[in-house]
Design a protein around this ligand. Structure first.
Ligand SMILES: C[S@@+](CC[C@H](N)C(=O)[O-])C[C@H]1O[C@@H](n2cnc3c(N)ncnc32)[C@H](O)[C@@H]1O
Length: 222
């Protein structure tokens, strides 16, 4: 979803349809139809490896299998199915697109999994019952929110506030982003969250320069 144009923080990349609910509704309506017709689960943002990377971190850090995990902007919910297949039992996925949640429900059912909580929720306007999570996952959702054509800077602040509300003290926040660098994410989440670890992501090399096009970071709520 890289919409980075010219780099820089605080509006360095322009607003885009990718930041609107209408866009995601139409994406997931289409994907829901494709799933029903052809069994195609649709796009996995950042690919299969991005899910394995997060689960490996959870396993390496001895996160208990009954730890409460919230996937913020779960999309087709495929990450939830990977968590369940890895033995995690206390999993919740939210998305503000009702079609995304419907698609997640159908994929979870097809995979023969149960016990996963799904909810239509706008993360920037949460119902109060969402709180106390041990782990919060974001794969592409903060990126999407950052592209909102209406006051994205304010929406990013609201995101950080909502994250503080749902995550328990010392809880972990695992974010994967293609629109923000490690340094930029540190600025966004620096107040209230401590960087614990940067997870290795694929490197690119172009014109004699090399770097990472995706940042994957683990923060801990201070
Ligand atoms: C780039 S997609 C990533 C989907 C999924 N996390 C994945 O890795 O495949 C961004 C997702 O964030 C959701 N989203 C964007 N803004 C949201 C908000 N304010 N509240 C809840 N979900 C949101 C979109 O509906 C979409 O499913």
């Amino acid at each position: 979803m890289s919409a980075r144009g010219g780099g820089g923080r605080g509006g360095g990349f322009g607003p885009s349809a990718l930041g609107t609910r209408e866009h995601w509704d139409s994406v997931y309506e289409r994907e829901l139809q494709a799933f029903q017709e052809y069994g195609d689960m649709g796009e996995i943002w950042f690919g299969q490896e991005s899910m394995a990377r997060l689960i490996r971190w959870m396993q390496r850090h001895g996160i208990p299998l009954d730890a409460s995990v919230l996937d913020i902007g779960t999309g087709n919910g495929v990450f939830l199915t990977e968590l369940a297949k890895s033995g995690f039992t206390n999993i919740t996925g939210i998305d503000y697109s009702a079609s995304a949640i419907q698609l997640s429900e159908q994929i979870i059912e097809r995979e023969g999994l149960s016990g996963i909580t799904l909810k239509v929720e706008d993360f920037l306007n949460l119902s109060t019952e969402l709180s106390g999570f041990h782990i919060c996952i974001d794969k592409g959702t903060f990126d999407a929110i950052s592209l909102n054509p209406e006051n994205a800077a304010e929406k990013r602040k609201q995101y950080v506030k909502a994250l503080s509300q749902v995550l328990q003290l010392k809880g972990y926040f695992l974010i994967t982003s293609c629109n923000w660098t490690k340094e930029e994410l540190l600025e966004e989440f620096g107040a209230g969250f401590e960087l614990l670890e940067e997870l290795p992501t694929p490197q690119f090399s172009f014109g004699g320069r090399s770097g990472n096009s995706v940042a994957a970071l683990v923060f801990q709520k201070a």
